[in-house]
Design a protein around this ligand. Structure first.
Ligand code: ATP
Ligand code: FE2
Length: 342
């Protein structure tokens, strides 16, 4: 069977920055041939890099096999191997990088290290059919407002301490909520928030274009422990304050950059309240608003494969000796030559 088409290339992408191990297979015409994710879930919903890394090495073979099977290709038809090189948790990143290096060396394929945050933006541009968006990427590990300007993805706002998803998760865990399959902690906060009636005062901290969520979390936890408020009201207030902060920074970035598109992605993008606040921001600025579909907004191998293809086609290859992981690799340090050439 011929899975590739004349002139088309196929890339296999490996994602392992945090709790998910994922392999995706993507063709250069933008077809997502497969995107298989295996999530590590700790019983308490907490972050455990070493345990997650062990999970990744245990499932890597199976996930890889399934991704190739679903795509209907063999390794001989894969042209490029891409992997998430950073930012992320060291032990998790190293597991994915090791698998990628082994595949590239054994099958003699070019290797491409991809910036995880760039990949979130690029898969969003692909599936939402956007040209040049301002992006808000919000997850358990990241809080970032970014747009392409002057040859790079520039940072127009970011958290100075904890990511917004982590803020929601820690609060939820302390409130005794337990995550389940398909029910992440943030979604449980959202559910409870729907029953909120009272806006409890909580610290709203925006410094210039940057955000701080740790004071907000500490204050919310103090009120939780005081027992004076309904949990629904606290969830509601936490969301209102945290998301208003995000909306404010996003709005200013939109005004500053004059981008005509606004893209929302990451795990927290599933939140209906955040979506509606940002839809309003976009509307007020005459910008088109798009939310990345869930399976591609969460961490996934397809976004790494797609970005790996863009990079490879613009001459970027990562020699094995330079394929060390980069846990703190900022989005504005990543080369994106495909953006300048359209
Ligand atoms: P990374 O930072 O590398 O992207 P991650 O593992 O945190 O990684 P995601 O799976 O994209 O990535 O995001 C998980 C986050 O999304 C968690 O903080 C989770 O609570 C949050 N989340 C999921 N659904 C909702 C929701 N409906 N409302 C708010 N937050 C949500
Ligand atoms: Fe991510």
């Amino acid at each position: 069977m011929l899975a590739g088409r004349a002139g088309e290339m196929i890339c296999l992408g490996i994602e392992s920055t945090a709790d998910d191990f994922s392999v995706g297979v993507v063709r250069s015409d933008g077809t997502i041939m497969s995107n298989v994710v295996d999530a590590f879930s700790s019983p308490d919903g907490g972050i455990h890099p070493r345990e997650a890394a062990r999970h990744h090495s245990e499932v890597a073979g199976l996930v890889l096999r399934r991704a190739l099977d679903v795509a209907g290709v063999g390794m001989d038809e894969v042209d490029v191997i891409a992997f998430s090189q950073g930012p992320g948790m060291g032990p998790c990143l190293r597991t994915g990088a090791t698998v990628a290096r082994a595949l590239a060396s054994y099958f003699r394929k070019p290797l491409v290290g991809v910036n995880h945050c760039v990949a979130h933006v690029e898969i969003g541009r692909l599936v939402c059919e956007l040209e040049d968006p301002l992006t808000l990427y919000v997850s358990g590990g990241n809080t970032l407002v970014t747009a392409y300007e002057g040859g790079r993805y520039r940072v127009f706002g970011e958290t100075l301490d904890i990511p917004v998803g982590n803020c929601l998760d820690v609060f939820a865990r302390e409130a005794g909520l337990r995550p389940g399959p398909g029910r992440p902690l943030g979604a449980l906060v959202e559910e409870l928030a729907r029953g909120g009636r009272e806006l409890v005062p909580l610290p709203y901290v925006v410094k210039g274009m940057d955000l701080s969520f740790s004071g907000l979390l500490t204050a919310a936890l103090r009120l939780l422990r005081s027992g004076r408020y309904r949990l629904e009201d606290l969830c509601f207030s936490l969301q209102e304050v945290a998301f208003s902060m995000l909306a404010e920074v996003t709005e200013r970035a939109l005004a500053h950059t004059e981008k005509e598109e606004l893209l929302l992605t990451g795990g927290v993008a599933a939140n209906g309240r955040l979506r509606s606040m940002l839809a309003q921001v976009a509307e007020e600025h005459g910008a088109r608003f798009a939310v990345v579909p869930k399976e591609l907004a969460l961490d996934n191998g397809a976004m790494i494969a797609w970005t790996g293809l863009l990079a490879y086609r613009h001459g970027l290859i990562t020699p094995v000796e330079e394929s060390y992981v980069r846990p703190r690799w900022r989005i504005d340090e990543a080369p994106v030559p495909w953006r300048s050439s359209g």
